[in-house]
Design a protein around this ligand. Structure first.
Ligand code: PHE
Length: 339
């Protein structure tokens, strides 16, 4: 018989007997008979030396391919037998290190700044309350002593959802909602997102965050306001921080002021960030206007209070030396991963 045909016949027999093996022992017998070093395949391979040279190539290739095929079939069958539950697929190895399939995020710099603000004021007895971002004109303006035809109404440049429904342009409507839902004494922070149709630049965005503060009690004075905010400034920006209060105007406070801190970048000696003034404005504040107390039905003879409002982006920018407000919204990981 032609040696190639004999080789094919050998492989066919080997496959048949392999299929017939039904347990690990008969499989091992099959391996010794065919694949082992002195098995039938090895013997048939040795025949190559006796073949005429022109046949050797074909014979060699046939033998190699056939052998590989048998080895593959053998391995597959052996795996099925040796794993008693005949499980397929990779086994679970509990000693391997875990695969980091999900990247774990971290706190956004605006959130960590707010957390810091909250933690400072919480030691002064302030709690936290959050309110809606879509407000009525009444809460955003009128109850805060800002009538619709008042010029300051324009200065708040507001997004209107409908006739009398707005995206809140500041967190101050939270003052009204707080006072309507509880009685003094009140010490509360009201943080949240606000909206104004501002042109976007390095220091303005149409979406930004504020943190409002409100304290109402008997015999609260402007000194309480100053002391409280000076403590905040020193805790936030360092014990050397100086504060100054400049007269200002807000319809819902009287008197009103803006608070400046000594520039944390040059310690007040003047640099490009404080525009060589040595001071940086960080918030608006004042004593709660009696008209606001009247709007919520508080006794203006008995209660006084102060309120303040700060931009969280601004505080975060000063705290971390961030030069552009747009970074907070861009979701650029190269920025966010630095905090
Ligand atoms: N609501 C004011 C603003 O957005 C800030 C402020 C709050 C001023 C509370 C005084 C008292 O500019």
């Amino acid at each position: 018989m032609d040696p190639l045909a004999r080789a094919r016949e050998l492989f066919e027999r080997a496959r048949g007997e392999l299929d017939a093996a039904t347990d690990a022992a008969s499989l091992e017998r099959w391996r010794v008979a065919f694949l082992a070093r002195s098995g039938e395949i090895a013997k048939a391979m040795e025949l190559i030396r006796e073949l005429p040279p022109e046949l050797r190539r074909d014979y060699g290739r046939l033998m190699n391919e056939g052998r590989k095929d048998l080895e593959k079939r053998f391995k597959r069958k052996k795996a099925a037998f040796s794993d008693s539950s005949a499980r397929r697929g990779p086994l679970f190895d509990p000693t391997l290190p875990g695969r980091p399939e999900r990247r774990v995020g971290h706190i956004h710099p605006l959130t960590s700044t707010l957390d810091r603000i909250v933690s400072i004021f919480s030691r002064l007895g302030f709690g936290v309350a959050e309110f809606r971002e879509i407000e009525t004109e009444y809460y955003n303006f009128d109850a805060l002593n800002i009538p619709s035809d008042h010029p300051s109404h324009d200065s708040f440049d507001t997004f209107y959802v409908r006739d009398d429904i707005v995206l809140r342009s500041h967190t101050s409507p939270g003052q009204i909602r707080t006072m309507l839902s509880r009685k003094p004494p009140i010490r509360v922070l009201i943080p949240g997102r606000c909206y104004r149709p501002d042109a976007v630049d390095a220091t303005h965005h149409y979406t930004f965050h504020q943190c409002e503060g409100l304290l109402v009690d008997e015999s609260v004075t402007f000194s309480d306001l100053k002391g409280c905010l000076a403590i905040f400034a020193r805790e936030m920006f360092g014990p050397e921080t100086d504060t100054r209060f400049r007269p200002s105007f807000f319809p819902f406070t009287e008197p009103s002021a803006e608070m400046d801190i000594s520039c944390p970048f040059c310690s007040g000696s003047g640099c490009s960030i404080c525009k060589r003034t040595g001071w940086i404005e960080i918030l608006g504040c004042g004593m709660v206007h009696p008209a606001v107390f009247e709007a919520v039905g508080y006794d203006t003879e008995r209660f006084t209070g102060f309120a303040f409002g700060m931009g969280i982006e601004r505080i975060a920018m000063l705290r971390h030396g961030i030069p552009d407000i747009r970074y907070f919204q861009e979701n650029n990981l190269r920025f966010l991963e630095q905090f």
